[in-house]
Design a protein around this ligand. Structure first.
Ligand SMILES: *[C@@H]1O[C@H](CO)[C@@H](O)[C@H](O)[C@H]1NC(C)=O
Ligand SMILES: *[C@@H]1O[C@H](CO)[C@@H](O)[C@H](O)[C@H]1NC(C)=O
Ligand SMILES: *[C@@H]1O[C@H](CO)[C@@H](O)[C@H](O)[C@H]1NC(C)=O
Ligand SMILES: *[C@@H]1O[C@H](CO)[C@@H](O)[C@H](O)[C@H]1NC(C)=O
Ligand SMILES: *[C@@H]1O[C@H](CO)[C@@H](O)[C@H](O)[C@H]1NC(C)=O
Ligand SMILES: *[C@@H]1O[C@H](CO)[C@@H](O)[C@H](O)[C@H]1NC(C)=O
Ligand SMILES: *[C@@H]1O[C@H](CO)[C@@H](O)[C@H](O)[C@H]1NC(C)=O
Ligand SMILES: *[C@@H]1O[C@H](CO)[C@@H](O)[C@H](O)[C@H]1NC(C)=O
Ligand SMILES: *[C@@H]1O[C@H](CO)[C@@H](O)[C@H](O)[C@H]1NC(C)=O
Ligand SMILES: *[C@@H]1O[C@H](CO)[C@@H](O)[C@H](O)[C@H]1NC(C)=O
Ligand SMILES: *[C@@H]1O[C@H](CO)[C@@H](O)[C@H](O)[C@H]1NC(C)=O
Length: 840
């Protein structure tokens, strides 16, 4: 018995250590014995009604074989021979048509394209797709059930809510990814499609398991060279690799390609030579990729070329492409993200949030019927909170799709845990009440509300070569929830999360409860410690969109304004006195947002310009809410790493360690956020925090007041990115030493060290108490978090490490040594000596 257990333990430890995230939620981990026993009758054979290896039906059978073997330990044979008949204990997979031709009529009249019927009856399983891709989706549904220990009999028809369920990648041909945080592109390198497409195939598998049916692999800021003959051949290889998973390829176009690649003198969409150029390119593309899904176009946005150069409309541009792809059954996704990024901020009534309706409303009815306008969920840009874009309500004659972001551009860039499912649900469920009738955003984009044939979802994912796909294992819940919601937006965000947890991390109850808790708290916490009350994320919008930078929002042309003064804050988007944005919503919704009394607190600063002393419905003033929410959000973020640590031994070593590192980083950076935002508005408004926390740090030793050798005091930009507005740094290539005598009562403390990890080197640090080593570390977050921060001391590079449970006596001497490396100076902001329970 002892020996047996020993072997089992050794086996399981060896197995779990190997996990690197590559399989995402498709691990097919062996079910615990107790749950496995519920599978009373296991099918004995898999019957696939297609033997072509590139058929999604064939792939479904392979997947069923691997999945059943992984989950139940039974390796089933796959039969393709036409003469086999479905035995009573088989898993049969195929299309309705193939089944009907073989076994007689099976009329499942309610199936639509990509849908499937799944029947499990006493261990016998039938999976029939309306098309081949539907059969694969049904197989993944069955596998998801048994992977979660669900062997119940079932008879379901599952149809997608919308036909368009795409992902976008913002990959550049050189191999970088715009707003990607998980390493270089899996698709492109050095201007070409990569040779080895193994990762592309693995990506297609993950996408197919969610019902995603197309991908645009190249950046919306598109390179005309995508359309060279060599790259068209490369796209063909990508399409060939993804086709067996039912994932079609579409591409982003650069509107000026006829000029920049084709050598024409113009890219005027109504010019005959331009039309001919696009027609021929389109033919060449479809020759190599006959099932090309279509085009994605970002035009006249953020400096991108577009039709307005020639006084043509955005509809002229969209229709040019629509006509080119129409004979091949392709569609055009035309982004509504069109706005003037050189707007005049001195104009009170100017408003970027108005742009989409201003650019598109008058074109309603002018788009051909294979054009879909792709609309970001909110009127600005993937902020931590925005109202639903009013454009959804304003173009009833036009097909629409909603654009969501899985990559966390404004939401902590995968270095912070932020589960976005609940945010998406709020938008999708929001009722715009068009013409006084129920008009949930999900019903508009599905095409139901306005009787449109096309519509759906586009999710910006930006996976990279990192085996974790997104850089963070926990961030994969967002990709999972995106795909599942695109299939059925009525699902509950927490239920989807829990499916993902069971599939990704197993069946332990505490694992499920803990990951559920921290994930469900993560968006509210992030909103609390970044930008609350609808003021936007308050990140540095002029640089990397990562750390705090509240002043960057205003006084520039980008239009993400907060209009913060020493007395007031918020955008006046009212109809009478403001930008009129509230009036872009249908009357019933407009009435709510136009009136400060009825606007919900969480959007008050989105729609109204108010004094810091304005009282919210909660009874707090705006400024006190800022202080309280930032402290509460940061406090909640401190609980994530300890919660995760309680799962030690229940999760494989690699993923456990990688997640823990990120959650600890988040705890430190949440405090950076809290202090930056509170410090900024405290200084700006001059209004003290009722709880006396802001600007008052009794447990901190400011670096500038330590005895310094080599370190020199320095201001930082923005000023609030340093505690007491001052940090210290070495010269480039320099070394520094900072010493302080600790004047705290004897006791056990946590020691937090705040410093800056900038790009250009890996500075080396050591902390000592009475010359005894406390911690040695490197400024190497760019390696460990897999994305670039900043070249300066600021809110992006500011970071804080904590060493727990250190015995300290009054009079102990703390010393910190820093060695610059490469271009990275060593730097220090403060040290905090924290009694239990205090997070100063
Ligand atoms: C089998 O799969 C191939 C490739 O997807 C497809 O062309 C063919 O029509 C399929 N055959 C049947 C009977 O479904
Ligand atoms: C399937 O059933 C529907 C009604 O349930 C009927 O209208 C349709 O004709 C049937 N189709 C076939 C192929 O039997
Ligand atoms: C292709 O890429 C995969 C996954 O990254 C790797 O395992 C494999 O070795 C590569 N194959 C070749 C021939 O380089
Ligand atoms: C664009 O059209 C406007 C009015 O329709 C006209 O005033 C302007 O000169 C035109 N510009 C160009 C470049 O054709
Ligand atoms: C993945 O990213 C992590 C940092 O998040 C890094 O430590 C690891 O080396 C990367 N792995 C690969 C294969 O790129
Ligand atoms: C009305 O707009 C002006 C700017 O035109 C602004 O200064 C003022 O605060 C606004 N009034 C209210 C009540 O929001
Ligand atoms: C966010 O802040 C609000 C307001 O202070 C508070 O009620 C809520 O509990 C906080 N939630 C989290 C997760 O930080
Ligand atoms: C504090 O705010 C004032 C404007 O109210 C500004 O001039 C000053 O630079 C700010 N100081 C810091 C340290 O941010
Ligand atoms: C804050 O900085 C000022 C000068 O920048 C310095 O005189 C003062 O000692 C610092 N405060 C603390 C608590 O270190
Ligand atoms: C740092 O020192 C090295 C070697 O002494 C030297 O080559 C390099 O130029 C120095 N860099 C800077 C930024 O001073
Ligand atoms: C260091 O900075 C110089 C100029 O500022 C730059 O040319 C060089 O590439 C940087 N080196 C590194 C390693 O970042």
């Amino acid at each position: 018995m002892w020996i047996r257990q020993g072997i089992l333990l050794a086996f399981s430890a060896g197995f779990v250590a190997g996990e690197n995230g590559l399989n995402g939620w498709l691990r097919y981990a062996s079910l615990p014995e107790a749950q496995r026993q519920q599978a009373t009758s296991i099918p004995s054979v898999i019957v696939a009604l297609n033997s072509t290896t590139t058929s999604p039906v064939y792939v479904a059978a392979q997947e069923l074989q691997a999945g059943i073997e992984g989950v139940l330990g039974a390796k089933l044979q796959v039969l393709h021979e036409p003469e086999v008949t479905a035995s009573s204990l088989s898993v049969l997979v195929g299309t309705v048509a193939a089944y009907t031709s073989k076994y007689g009529n099976r009329n499942i009249s309610s199936l639509i394209a990509d849908g499937y019927w799944l029947s499990v009856k006493a261990g016998s399983v039938i999976i029939l797709g309306q098309n081949e891709r539907g059969a694969l989706y049904g197989a993944f549904d069955y596998l998801s059930r048994i992977s979660q220990g669900n062997f119940a009999d079932v008879d379901v028809v599952s149809n997608p809510d919308a036909p368009i369920r795409w992902v976008n990648q913002w990959d550049n041909l050189e191999g970088t990814i715009e707003r990607g945080y998980a390493g270089p592109s899996i698709f492109f390198s050095d201007g070409l499609v990569v040779k080895n497409l193994t990762r592309v195939s693995q990506y297609a598998r993950l996408l197919a398991s969610l019902g995603i049916n197309a991908i645009v692999p190249n950046n919306v800021n598109a390179n005309p060279n995508l359309l060279t003959a060599e790259n068209i051949e490369g796209l063909g290889r990508i399409a060939d690799i993804m086709r067996p998973y039912g994932v079609q390829v579409g591409i982003s176009l650069n509107f000026a390609s006829p000029e920049r690649l084709g050598g024409l003198k113009t890219f005027d969409p109504l010019d005959a030579t331009v039309i001919k150029w696009w027609t021929e390119k389109t033919e060449a593309l479809y020759k190599r990729v006959p099932d090309l899904a279509g085009y994605l176009v970002k035009a006249n946005s953020e400096g991108q070329p577009g039709p307005l150069t020639y006084n043509r409309t955005l509809a002229d541009a969209a229709n040019l492409f629509a006509k080119a792809v129409q004979p091949f059954g392709g569609i055009v996704m035309f982004r509504a993200f069109v706005y003037n990024h050189l707007a005049d901020w001195t104009v009170w009534r100017a408003d970027r949030a108005n742009a989409a309706v201003e650019f598109f409303k008058h074109l309603d009815g002018k788009f051909l019927d294979n054009v879909v306008v792709q609309i970001k969920y909110g009127p600005i840009d993937f902020q931590v909170r925005e109202p639903a874009s009013p454009l959804f309500a304003n173009i009833p004659l036009t097909n629409t799709a909603i654009e969501l972001q899985i990559t966390q551009e404004y939401l902590g860039q995968q270095s912070h845990l932020v589960y976005v499912g609940p945010l998406w649900k709020e938008i999708l469920d929001f009722d715009l009440k068009v013409d006084g009738k129920p008009s949930a955003v999900r019903d508009i984009v599905a095409g139901r509300r306005f009787n449109k044939k096309l519509g759906g979802y586009a999710g910006v994912v930006n996976v990279g070569t990192n085996t974790s796909w997104l850089g963070s294992h926990l961030a994969m819940s967002n990709l999972y929830a995106y795909g599942r919601l695109a299939w059925n937006p009525k699902q509950d965000a927490q239920a989807l999360l829990q499916d993902w947890i069971r599939l990704s991390f197993g069946h332990d109850r505490s694992v499920l409860d803990t990951i559920t808790k921290i994930s469900m708290e993560s968006w509210p916490a992030y909103e609390n410690y970044s930008g609350n009350l609808g003021i936007q994320t308050l990140t540095d919008i002029l640089y990397t969109h990562f750390g705090p930078g509240p002043a960057s929002q205003d006084n520039n042309g980008w239009g993400q304004w907060t209009r913060a003064t020493s007395t007031h804050i918020g955008m006046d988007r009212t109809i009478a006195n403001g930008t009129g944005n509230a009036g872009q919503y249908p009357p019933e919704v407009a009435k709510v947002y136009d009136n400060i009394e009825t606007t919900p607190d969480n959007l008050i600063l989105w729609f109204h310009h108010v004094p810091y002393t304005h009282r919210l419905h909660s009874g707090k003033t705006v400024i006190q809410h800022f202080y309280d929410a930032h402290y509460e959000g940061a406090a909640v973020a401190q609980t994530f790493a300890p919660a995760w640590e309680s799962l030690r031994g229940k999760i494989d070593a690699q993923r456990f360690d990688e997640v823990l590192f990120r959650l600890k980083y988040q705890a430190g950076h949440a405090i950076v956020w809290r202090d930056n935002i509170c410090g900024f508005y405290h200084n700006l408004s001059g209004i003290p925090d009722e709880a006396k926390r802001v600007g008052n740090h009794p447990w901190r030793i400011q670096a500038e007041s330590m005895a310094l050798l080599g370190f020199k005091p320095t201001g930082v930009t923005p000023a609030e990115a340093a505690s007491n507005f001052t940090a210290v740094a070495t010269a480039r290539n320099g070394t520094g030493e900072a010493v302080a005598t600790l004047n705290f009562p004897d006791g056990t403390y946590d020691v937090a060290i705040a410093y800056y990890d900038i790009l250009g080197g890996r500075a080396h640090y050591g902390a000592f108490i009475n010359e005894e080593p406390l911690l040695e570390w490197y400024g190497n977050l760019e390696d460990r978090l897999g994305h670039a921060f900043s070249e300066k001391l600021d809110g992006h590079s500011a970071t804080r490490v904590t060493i727990k449970n250190i015995d300290i006596k009054k009079g102990d001497v703390l010393k910190i040594i820093g060695l610059a490396n490469g271009n990275e100076t060593a730097s220090l902001d403060y040290v905090a000596i924290l009694p239990r329970g205090i997070v100063d």
